[in-house]
Design a protein around this ligand. Sequence first.
Ligand SMILES: *[C@@H]1O[C@H](CO)[C@@H](O)[C@H](O)[C@H]1NC(C)=O
Ligand SMILES: *[C@@H]1O[C@H](CO)[C@@H](O)[C@H](O)[C@H]1NC(C)=O
Ligand SMILES: *[C@@H]1O[C@H](CO)[C@@H](O)[C@H](O)[C@H]1NC(C)=O
Ligand SMILES: *[C@@H]1O[C@H](CO)[C@@H](O)[C@H](O)[C@H]1NC(C)=O
Length: 395
Amino acid sequence: MLNDNAWKHRRMPVPKRTIELIALIAISSTLFLFLHTRELHSRLRKMEVRLQPGEDEMLSANQLSSEGVQTDSSPSGIVHYPNRHRIFAIKYKETEVLDVEALNNTRRADRSVLFFNRVPKVGSQTFMELLRRLSMRNGFSFNRDRVQRVETIRLAPIEQLQLARMVSSYSEPSVYIKHVCFTNFTEFNLPQPIYINIVRDPVERVISWYYYVRAPWYYVERKQIFPDLPLPDPNWLKKDFESCVLKADRECRYLEGEIHEGIGDHRRQTLFFCGHSEKCTPFNTVGALERAKMAVEKHYAVVGVLEDVNTTLTVLENYIPRFFRGATDVYYDEVNAFTRINRNFFKPPVSEEVKDMVRGNFTREIEFYQFCKQRLYKQLRALKLTKTTYETNSL
Ligand SMILES: *[C@@H]1O[C@H](CO)[C@@H](O)[C@H](O)[C@H]1NC(C)=O
Ligand SMILES: *[C@@H]1O[C@H](CO)[C@@H](O)[C@H](O)[C@H]1NC(C)=O
Ligand SMILES: *[C@@H]1O[C@H](CO)[C@@H](O)[C@H](O)[C@H]1NC(C)=O
Ligand SMILES: *[C@@H]1O[C@H](CO)[C@@H](O)[C@H](O)[C@H]1NC(C)=O
């Protein structure tokens, strides 16, 4: 039958006009597809955030920038009640806030898979190394994404789904590490992982980033991986952060609401918690801040603070014991090996005056950092409360 038909077709010549018509349709649809692809491609590019996939610089645990941001929580974990007879509302609030179960999002995870969507320049390279060592000690598998030329941290919905599917396919227990915005697995009806992250004083972080991308080894390493990358302008390399801010250089002007794709995206630590929405992109806005806070409260098991490694480790050990059991020991036993990772020796000091100028424009970023810090101390205090119930009750 088929052969018969084919034979018939061959014998009957198709009229010339039909051939021309078909050719015309083919050409125009190719053109249409080409334009459409180009449009999609440029839209995709707009969504991309150029994250230089370099690694983080490590700060020692004691390198506190206490002048930067004051916390009203006591790092010692002791709650001071100046007056025995405080009004009921305040007392009620205190007990409510220090409910260890309410503060434990690990319990709300559906699978024993740790998702560390690490923020760059917060010492996360060191935490990654810590996790790698813990994976051998505590028996879980360790996964991270590979170094990319242009790292995309804001993903289109389809890519979010692919990422969530991939992470959900890992066997339990596992850890997955990637520079990426908060990805809501529940939105895709996929089991929720255990979210963790680390934050850092946002102004210290932006200074660290500034010198990090100028460090010679950063370029040498990248050039080795991607030989065709152009070399940077020497004048750009020589520019220091202080004069960059004082001269109001484009690179060091931090303007509210500004959508600054590319390297500038590093200014916003909140982006990594806010999510992939375009509401998360403008710099220093209330909207992005609120979304970021909500994600932390609802989903993150622990958001550690670089400036307080000890509290971070204690909270991680107690709230996510399956993965972080023995973390403090591993960290301090091998701390010399850890602190050598990615330390930037090319970072000159920056005066408080210049830092204050920058802080004036980082208000929401600072608020978010303080929010995470307070939550971490709350989690620490909640541990103390359960351990010394009698003492606390007698206050
Ligand atoms: C801070 O923002 C103001 C405008 O709101 C701008 O004039 C100033 O240049 C910014 N300063 C820095 C250091 O980004
Ligand atoms: C994540 O998605 C779930 C389900 O759609 C929703 O209830 C939750 O509020 C989302 N979380 C955030 C931080 O948007
Ligand atoms: C952190 O903990 C280590 C080990 O327990 C200790 O030696 C160090 O003094 C602590 N650092 C701070 C700043 O408390
Ligand atoms: C938090 O929940 C996890 C998982 O259920 C549990 O292993 C851990 O002990 C809990 N931590 C605290 C401090 O309640």
